[in-house]
Design a protein around this ligand. Sequence first.
Ligand code: J2J
Length: 562
Amino acid sequence: EGPVPAEFTPWPPGLARAYRAAGYWRGEPFSAWLRALAGQFGSRTALVGNALGPGGQPGAWVTRTYAELDAAASGYAAALAARGLHAGDRVILHLPNSPDVFEVLLGLLRLGARPILALAAHRAAELTAFATQAQVRALITGGHPDAQRVARAVQAAWPDTLVLTVGDPEASLPLLAADAAAWTELPARTGVASDVALYQLSGGSTGTPKLIPRTHDDYLYSIRASGELCGLTPDTVFLAALPATHNFTLTSPGAFGTLHAGGTVVTAPGPAPDVCAALIERCGVTHVALVPSALLLWLRAPQFTPARPESTLRVVQVGGAPLAPDVARQVPERLGAALQQVFGMAEGLVNYVRSGSSDDVTYGTQGRPISPHDEILIVDDEDRPVPDGTPGHLLTRGPYTIRGYFRAPEHNARAFTPDGYYRTGDIVTRRPDGHLIVQGRHKDQINRGGEKIAAEEIEHALLGHPRVFQAALIGLPDPWLGERTCAVVQPRVDPDQHASQPLPDARALTLDLRRYLLERGFAPFKLPDRVEVLPTLPRTPFGKLDKPALRARYAPTPALSP
Ligand code: J2J
């Protein structure tokens, strides 16, 4: 066994100095940030929504001031310390949208423990991969029976996992915020700003999901700068409708950007238009972040269309997946709010269309980077820069883009250039004014309504099924989701019989494979929407699966539109 691979790849010292000198990195950890916000906005409302209740059901409707949020974070830090957790411990956070998510997250950050920000949709397969890879000390989850089952499965695979349950005093190990006075903050207990604060999750393209180490310094810079360029103020009321800990919802500028401005974060259980319309009216929501597939539902919902002149909604941010310009243009009239396109990634780089941009920029581009220090390269297959307007691979580095994934040296060698640029896997063009337009994708990933699926992860899992000899997961165009998944399977032939054996029925195999993946503990959004069977899968001259040929074979023609 060699040395343990690096948990975190630092920026080169010269650049780190430059980022500090420019005021991007301030040496302030999240705990101090929250304390300062409580000092500045103490009695204003920070959080509103249904708390997490017993059994994982929605609990009481709660309102938390900044002072109360600060106290809750201390109370959770004390409770976590009392359970034996320390600064530096890695902990999976697996909670449905609720004010509790932010209280517990800020409690973990106050303790200096390092949360892994799982999605509520994740199941045992994903959480077990995080737990073993990161050797976690604990998993924080809700009381829903499914979540509890998932937690037991993670614990069985990684016995060091302490399962702590939020919102359910009857759980075997409930996590209840202690009295804030039980917490005494010492720098040694909360960590240093240049250290890792938390782990975001990569959309990924490989068999095992990758963890993204974000430091206090770099993450807080992206949050502050996002909030400022989006013009958030204490009057901002942000609706967290997408998964609360996703990088977009949390930081672009999202819930944390709203807190930084002294605004109010309202939590919704999900982006369903009826529930969100009621919350917008009840709480005076001004901003919301949506993926294009959710936007399509909003644009057709009777609750929103025609737009009500008295609505408080002012800005609808859309990102996470390609947005068609003709859909984009419908936002102002149908929703009575401005559209802001956001093109970001959990690894770092975030692009925004600035307010007041021309119509062709607003509806036809995905914006430009946050920072003057974001470096953008658009290159051909040999890493040579291409001219503006020519599609190429997007590479980037800067003050909040990671230099390496957690303990993944081989993958890092491919995912980053020797100069430290992150290979985003996106194909973009750049306009002479610097705005980027996403043209496509080079990575072997499927973007199913903003939810990212690494093809290899599912292909590997399918190989374990007795009827599967080879499998290819491809994305096919879908009018609502953008893409849906199709698993093309070369069946295993029983060696005792001859090749004339009939191919299995694709419809029966669909149910079978979906059930198989569900039992193996994969998030439901990763189950193939469709299964096709071929006697042999097409290969390129190099022997790689020929996915373009498979997509051409199964893609519907002509393209449908919703
Ligand atoms: C096309 N593709 C997009 C867009 C992301 C803000 C917003 C989104 C994310 C996110 C995020 C896109 N048009 N507007 O973290 O802070 C695709 C690209 C990109 C990948 C990143 C944020 N916006 N994408 O979606 O880590 O392929 O982050 O590389 O989940 O989503 O996915 P993720």
